[in-house]
Design a protein. Structure first.
Length: 517
């Protein structure tokens, strides 16, 4: 855990603790199961209240590890986890890591094509899921395993020996070109997240701390900004499967779970602010994904009684910068300062540090940095400029604080989700009526952006609102419920380069002008 020192001293004294033998299953479960077996690991509020201790969580994970091992899963194999927030979701990842295998978090809002493409790319033979998820996997090569059918025994399952660089997690991230890429992480990933998580919650791990997020555990924000760090620090984590986020349900979960620490995505904060939903009893609130601004920070103090700590990172290298009200005052418009252990640079095209605006980049050697993109060495190489990993964001320094300027690419940020336009375009191009299409983000007050598709139809096909609705449903049924185009506009032609590529920059300008009207 971080030592309570002034920020500059904390940074100077920090060293990564990465022993030769390291397995995240031991960090988040086995160590606590041996040290304090009856300590509460997970509080599930989805149906009533169920408390799962570390010893129970270990028993679940060990039984599941045996079940997977009996089905042929071994070191290096990829296994999907398709469950919502519940103890079995946590146990699944732990079991997979104990085998030296690689877990793939999958989102319940994915539909057939989105699931199938990820599982096929990873070469996953098994998916730990529930009855609903098993139905979603019908027709795919990967087989469903429901933990509920397993017979659990009391004999501990000893994890296979792994080290910091051994693969452990494969998280798919949306990009602007091609299908989503899998960011492969090693067992050092959790260690790399801990300083930033502790910092963003004003030294998480205090007596009485209890952690929750409405973000799904299929995303890096839910899985490695909340669930796994909480378990590793001995902080109880609340699980609550929300059909839909509402300010009222949010307040209920915090109240019934005695939650003291929350990670709120920016869209959730906007909904709470719009409803003026005040929440009492919190010790810390963290948020990341988009800059909040001075007005939201001011409302947070009134609505929660605490200062919201913003943090920054991405799937490839997460929790690299953060605010921490107990260390330094926040600066509106800025993300915060580098987390101890991370060297952040604002660099120019030559890879040299610049005093002005430039590309935000992370120096190699950070513990939460990916091993590389799965089976994509060229894409991995393109992610780096010398010793710096490019984030794809533009920024500048402001008296030691990192100020976010904007993204370099066309990734759409909508309601906290990062959505790659290429996957939506590829899906729409399979529709019989579509000749060509360009997808961009259109500015939106609540969601930051909404997905908008500009569509050119094939000869003889007439544009209509019914067809626009059909295209929306077409994407929703195949990719994910959150990534379909909320707006569809038909054009006679799209702006193209001489090589035939859609010029998204012009479409984005058009969408921005529409939003401004």
């Amino acid at each position: 855990m971080l030592t309570r020192l002034p920020y500059d001293e904390l940074v100077a004294a920090f060293r990564w603790d990465l022993p030769e033998r390291l397995n995240m299953a031991v960090q988040v479960c086995d160590e606590w199961a041996m040290r304090d077996p009856e300590r509460v690991a997970i509080i599930d509020l989805s149906e009533g209240r169920e408390e799962v201790t570390y010893s129970q969580l270990r028993r679940m994970a060990d039984g599941l590890a045996r079940g997977l091992q009996a089905r042929g899963v071994s070191r290096g194999d990829r296994v999907g986890v398709l469950r919502s927030q519940d103890a079995w979701c946590a146990a699944a990842h732990i079991a997979i890591w104990k085998l030296g295998a690689v877990s793939i978090p999958l989102f319940k809002l994915f539909r057939h094509d989105a699931l199938d493409s990820r599982l096929a790319d990873a070469g996953a033979a098994w998916v730990v899921t529930d009855e609903d998820g098993a139905g979603m996997l019908v027709g795919m090569a990967a087989q469903a395993l429901l933990p509920d059918i397993l017979t659990l025994d009391e004999a501990p399952f000893e994890p296979v020996p792994t080290g910091p660089e051994d693969p452990a997690v494969l998280i798919y991230t949306s990009g602007t070109t091609g299908r989503p890429k899998g960011a492969l992480h090693g067992h050092r990933m959790l260690t790399g997240h801990l300083p930033g998580v502790e910092m963003s919650h004003d030294f998480l791990g205090q007596e009485g701390d209890c952690l929750w997020t409405p973000a799904d555990w299929a995303w890096i924000g839910g899985l490695f900004d909340v669930l796994m760090p909480g378990l590793a620090l001995g902080v109880s984590v609340v699980a609550a499967r929300l059909g839909k986020f509402t300010p009222e349900e949010c307040a209920r979960i915090v109240r019934e779970g005695a939650v003291r620490n929350v990670f709120f995505p920016p869209t959730a904060l906007r909904m709470l602010k719009a409803a003026d939903q005040r929440i009492e009893g919190l010790r810390s609130v963290a948020s990341g994904g988009e800059p909040l601004g001075a007005e939201m920070l001011e409302w947070g103090r009134a609505g929660f009684g605490v200062t919201i700590n913003e943090f920054y990172g991405q799937t490839e290298c997460n929790m690299v910068a953060s605010s921490c009200n107990e260390l330094f005052a926040p600066r509106p418009g800025c993300i915060g300062k580098p987390v101890p252990g991370f060297e952040i640079g604002v660099i120019d095209e030559a890879g040299e540090v610049t005093e002005g605006e430039g590309d935000i980049a992370i120096r190699r050697g950070a513990a939460s940095m990916m091993l590389g993109y799965w089976m994509k060495p060229e894409a991995t190489a393109e992610k780096f400029r010398g010793d710096w990993m490019l984030t794809g964001d533009r920024g500048a320094w402001d008296d030691g604080y990192l100020r976010f300027v904007g993204r370099e690419d066309d990734v759409i940020t909508s309601a906290g989700y990062r959505i790659g336009p290429a996957e939506i375009e590829d899906c729409l191009l399979t529709h019989a009526a579509v000749a060509t299409v360009g997808v961009v983000g259109k500015p939106d007050a609540l969601r930051t952006e909404v997905v908008k598709a500009y569509v050119v139809l094939k000869d003889g096909v007439g544009a209509s609102e019914d067809l626009a609705g059909e295209l929306r449903d077409y994407v929703k049924a195949r990719l994910a419920q959150y990534s379909y185009p909320r707006e569809v506009e038909f054009l006679e032609a799209l702006p193209m380069t001489v090589t035939g590529k859609v010029i998204r920059k012009e479409l984005k300008a058009r969408a921005a002008a529409e939003a401004a009207r």
